[in-house]
Design a protein around this ligand. Structure first.
Ligand SMILES: Nc1ncnc2c1ncn2[C@@H]1O[C@H](COP(=O)(O)OP(=O)(O)O)[C@@H](O)[C@H]1O
Ligand SMILES: [Mg+2]
Length: 469
């Protein structure tokens, strides 16, 4: 058995809770459906569920310890005198306490990544790129909020060399308390764009919020962001004295300098100059946005005082997560660029640029609404007409805001409009032909996955799309 993540003494010390038994915890989990044997299960109270209902289930699944605060639920699960019960005053606060305790024990370097888009991709790229330099611990998926951040820290093995935490926000004021828990050595802002404009009101407000991550850096820290980011003045204003801002970009002023960028459907190539040395970077995953994320990730490695070359080599085979630009063949020999995970203005623009790189008989986009844009929604959707026209992309749209975009397109690029993604599938499917490349993208709520699922069903032989000439 590897050394445990938490022992009883540490659990008591960190949470000030009561635990009578001697337990060895090898993981931390808040969801019994993915619980592993020897995990600590924490009964959190969520929006529509209470983890206290699953205490017994957690033990049956092999949890070595369960953390709870609700007396009635503890009694009901017959755990009052159980040596595996860690009883605390409040499970959410105790999770944060675990995170803070582990962070204060941690001797390695901590990197925090926030931004409007590209947090998870940059975090995953950095985790991949850092692997040759030591043991890396990173947030799972997009665990970046009030429970995701402390969970990431509570899961941090003491012996790791690096911890990478994604930090997210939907509303003003969310980043500062998360940054205070993470206490990053290096702060990275992936992008400043118009995600969540609806709640945030303006780009400056978004930049100011992201700047809270930089404000949390120690005087020995380094901040990184894309060169010429929107709201740059807000970012520099927030930097503590002595903390340098390393801009990542193409001009001479950039500390991390990306030059000779060449993007094709087979991937991207560029040269990177950093204060810790230069390196060529060859990425398999296509798209200029991924090249920019890679430059940020390698810039963070240089900010750690390491030469980025081994990181660049490790990044070569990197592929994005499901729904963020993976390619596969659909029935009828149509190539799908699956961007169905989520959407914002900048990420749709990035996906259009990637689509345009791919060799195709026709480039086609099926776009669902971007959510959370509030009063800016229609204008933001209409703005997508420009890149679609530039790259001559036949566009299918669904959702009420996408209607504004659809109507802004010239008739030659209007493929079809429907209210829902499922309705759109019945317009899109007969229109697809062998050799087409299809981008599917929309916010999670616009359910573009359902459209993909319908397109993935075998084509009935009688309905085979005619082959293009
Ligand atoms: N630097 C970038 N600029 C624009 N779009 C990006 C960038 N990085 C990733 N994306 C795209 O944005 C979407 C969300 O990416 P992800 O890394 O999950 O971001 P986040 O974690 O910030 O939500 C994906 O479609 C991805 O391809
Ligand atoms: Mg994310």
């Amino acid at each position: 058995m590897p050394t445990s993540l938490w022992n009883s003494r540490e659990l008591r010390d960190a949470t000030q809770g009561e635990l009578s038994g001697d337990v060895q915890v090898h993981g931390v989990c808040i969801d019994t459906r993915i619980l592993q044997p020897s995990d600590l299960f924490i009964a959190l109270i969520g929006y529509n569920s209470d983890g206290h209902r699953y205490l017994r289930q957690a033990l049956e699944a092999g949890a070595s310890c369960v953390m709870a605060h609700d007396e009635a639920a503890i009694a009901e699960a017959d755990l009052t005198d159980d040596p595996r019960l860690l009883k605390v005053t409040d499970t959410m606060q105790a999770l944060e306490a675990l995170g803070r305790y582990r962070r204060s024990q941690f001797q390695g370097k901590v990197i925090a990544i926030t931004g409007s888009v590209g947090k998870t991709t940059t975090k995953n790229m950095l985790a991949t790129a850092l692997a040759p330099y030591g043991r890396v611990h990173a947030s799972v998926a997009s665990f970046n909020n009030h429970w995701g951040v402390p969970l990431t820290l509570a899961r941090l093995p003491k012996e790791a060399d690096f911890c990478i935490s994604e930090v997210g926000m939907n509303h003003p004021g969310e980043i500062a308390p998360l940054a205070a828990q993470i206490r990053p050595d290096i702060g990275v802002i992936s992008t400043i764009g118009n995600a969540h404009l609806g709640h945030m009101g303006s780009i400056d407000a978004i930049a100011e919020e992201k700047a809270a991550l930089f404000a949390a850096l120690p005087s020995s820290g380094i901040a990184l962001c894309p060169e010429g980011s929107q709201g740059l003045a807000r970012l520099t204003d927030a930097l503590p004295a002595d903390v340098p801002l390393w801009q990542v970009g193409t001009t001479e002023k950039a500390i991390i300098q990306l030059t000779q960028l060449a993007c094709t459907a087979e991937g991207s190539h560029f040269h990177l100059a950093t204060p810790q040395g230069e390196t060529d970077v060859q990425l398999t995953a296509p798209g200029p946005h991924l090249a920019r994320n890679a430059a940020l990730a390698l810039g963070a490695i240089a900010a750690l005082g390491l030469s980025p070359q081994a990181g660049a080599e490790a990044l070569h085979p990197f592929l994005p997560e499901a729904g963020r630009g993976q390619q596969r063949l659909l029935p009828g020999n149509v190539t799908l660029l699956d961007e169905s995970y989520n959407a914002s203005g900048p990420s749709i623009c990035a996906a259009i640029e990637t689509l345009a790189l791919m060799p195709a008989t026709r480039h086609i986009a099926a776009l669902g609404d971007i959510r959370e844009l509030g009063e800016f929604a229609d204008a933001e959707h209409r703005a997508l007409a420009k890149p679609l026209i530039k790259h001559d992309i036949l566009t299918f749209c669904c959702g009420s805001h996408m209607k504004a975009l659809y109507e802004a397109l010239p008739p030659s690029l209007q493929g079809g409009y429907a209210e829902t993604s499922v309705q759109l599938a019945s317009l899109l499917r007969p229109a697809l032909k062998k050799g087409d490349v299809l981008l599917v993208k929309g916010s999670l709520g616009s359910n573009m996955r359902a459209l993909i699922a319908l397109l993935e069903q075998p084509v009935p032989t009688t309905q085979h799309a005619p082959e293009s000439a």
